[in-house]
Design a protein around this ligand. Structure first.
Ligand code: DGY
Length: 419
């Protein structure tokens, strides 16, 4: 039943070569990490469509290697800020920032699932593009060579309104109010979305970057928001390892060496982010030069990056167990019981299946099969209870945000297949 419904949702949200996150009008375009994760859902029943999703995304790659967080293909009038606001890239039909780089991980997944020989033509097209994108991260977003790659907009982290960004975003000038221009709240309850104060700053950042023509050489220096997100960097580290695997299997020794150096830099940076006293991985504000002591789900993602991390830091497992003990459905996106925790507001507490999939994978690879099973079960149970929502209240299981959501459907297909 759930499998059939998932397939129906992906088919319904398929706009011809790319999938919208939901057909409701809330997100009428192609989102970067949504699309990549959705491709793993397509892979469960339609291989060709899975590859197409990724290839359509990379058709929007910029000449400098950046892959934008949104590619606008069709009518985007129900979204703000749409293509007429962003005007990014050579086509002026994309945003001007990026999103968590899950693509290499997904391409490896597809290659292993369908076989290297069979998928070689896709790999020959995609792997050089992936390498260009990964080079861009270390060049454009880590010019200081710290190994900790920065995001310059909360949207780049994918976890838009996580409490982790509160202080770093508060110092960004709000610019003119965009309360009247916002369209998200016509599709989803205002109480479960980012606040107006956050939205004004999100848009002001877009305006500042657009004024610089999204120039890679300028943005890092002028960005008033610049954070080395431990979640983003964990996703990048895993993607580096997967990219290395792909390059090696294609015999590209030079590429392997290059990615080895990215891996070494990222491993060092993540290790520095471990806070011994609080037993958590923390993000770093690269403007105030301080770590941000807020226990969000991003700080658990080193599990997904590194199968050895729980050996070095077993306290991270105790932390997950504690969080799971405090909620009905795991995994909450922020630590329950903290003053900033809000069980219904987007990334301030709700459960997101895509992150659950990452944690389940990481727990399994770190040898915690039972905990991985709990995460898998909660993910499937919450959809069974409330439907294919964008995210869920961890205390009640209530479905929140958009409905018939593509990445939720994709994760149900993937999790059902991974008993
Ligand atoms: C939104 O509009 O809420 C998106 O998360 C931005 O990418």
């Amino acid at each position: 039943m759930m499998r059939q419904k998932s397939i129906e949702i992906l088919r319904a949200n398929d706009k011809g070569g790319y999938t919208v996150p939901t057909s409701s009008g809330l997100y009428p375009a192609q989102w970067n990490w949504d699309s990549c994760l959705v491709a793993m859902g397509f892979a469960q029943f339609d291989e060709g469509r899975a590859w197409q999703e990724i290839e359509t995304l990379f058709s929007g790659q910029w000449p400098d290697g950046m892959v934008p967080h949104i590619i606008f293909h069709g009518d985007d009038s129900s979204y703000f800020p749409n293509s007429s606001v962003w005007r990014g890239g050579p086509s002026k039909r994309s945003s001007g920032i990026t999103q968590p780089p899950v693509a290499a991980t997904v391409v490896r997944y597809l290659a292993e699932r369908f076989g290297f020989e069979h998928t070689l033509a896709h790999l020959q097209t995609l792997v050089p593009k992936l390498l260009d994108w990964h080079r861009w991260f270390y060049r454009a977003r880590d010019p200081e060579g710290s190994g900790f790659v920065a995001v310059i907009h909360p949207w780049e982290s994918g976890m838009d309104n996580s409490p982790i960004w509160d202080a770093s975003l508060a110092v960004v000038p709000p610019g003119p109010s965009v309360a009247k221009l916002r369209k998200d709240t016509t599709f989803a309850d205002v109480a479960v979305r980012p606040t107006s104060a956050e939205y004004d700053r999100y848009i002001n950042l877009v305006m500042m970057y657009r004024n610089e023509n999204y120039d890679e050489g300028r943005l890092y220096d002028i960005a008033p928001f610049r954070v080395c997100d431990v979640g983003f960097n964990s996703i990048l580290l895993r993607a580096n390892r997967d990219l290395r695997f792909l390059l090696e299997s294609m015999g590209d020794e030079q590429g392997v060496l290059e990615v080895d150096s990215m891996i070494a830099r990222s491993c060092d940076a993540l290790e520095r982010a471990w806070d011994e006293n609080d037993a958590h991985f923390y993000s770093f504000d690269s403007i105030s030069r301080r770590y941000i002591p807020k226990p969000g789900i991003a700080g658990l993602l080193p599990l997904y990056a590194d199968p050895e991390v729980s050996r070095r830091h077993p306290e991270i497992i105790a932390r997950i167990k504690k969080w799971l003990g405090d909620v009905k459905y795991g995994v909450p996106s922020f630590e329950p019981g903290r003053p900033e925790f809000e069980s219904k507001r987007y990334w301030r507490g709700p459960v997101w299946l895509v992150v659950n999939w990452m944690l389940m994978t990481g727990l399994r690879e770190n040898g915690y099969e039972e905990l991985a099973r709990r995460v898998r079960k909660d993910s499937l149970d919450v959809v069974e209870k409330s439907g294919f929502h964008e995210y869920f209240d961890p205390l009640t299981g209530e479905g929140l945000g958009g409905t018939d959501f593509s990445w939720t459907a994709a994760m149900v297909l993937l999790l059902s297949a991974s008993e």
